[in-house]
Unconditional design. Structure first.
Length: 82
């Protein structure tokens, strides 16, 4: 299944607890779109949050994030890894 890295840019001040809560919100409904959210990272100072997922397509990732209350700003396919 394709992998995607999505980026949220408006989450300044995000705490570890808030990041975990947002991630859990995604996990709770990810199966509805056949998405597998693998990991999330955050920089509270810049407000940047990065989420790695497997999904049929980018739209499936967006639908889950939107339903969970935190749509992303950008998404990138990750076809090559080392």
């Amino acid at each position: 299944m394709p992998e995607f890295m999505d980026v949220h840019t408006q989450m300044a001040g995000v705490t570890p607890e808030a990041l975990l809560d947002a991630h859990k919100a995604d996990l709770a409904i990810q199966d509805d779109e056949s998405v597998n959210f693998k990991h999330a990272w955050a920089d509270p100072e810049s407000g940047m949050v990065f989420c790695l997922s497997e999904a049929p397509d980018a739209d499936a990732v967006q639908r889950i994030h939107a339903r969970a209350g935190h749509p992303y700003d950008n998404i990138y396919p990750v076809p090559v890894q080392a």
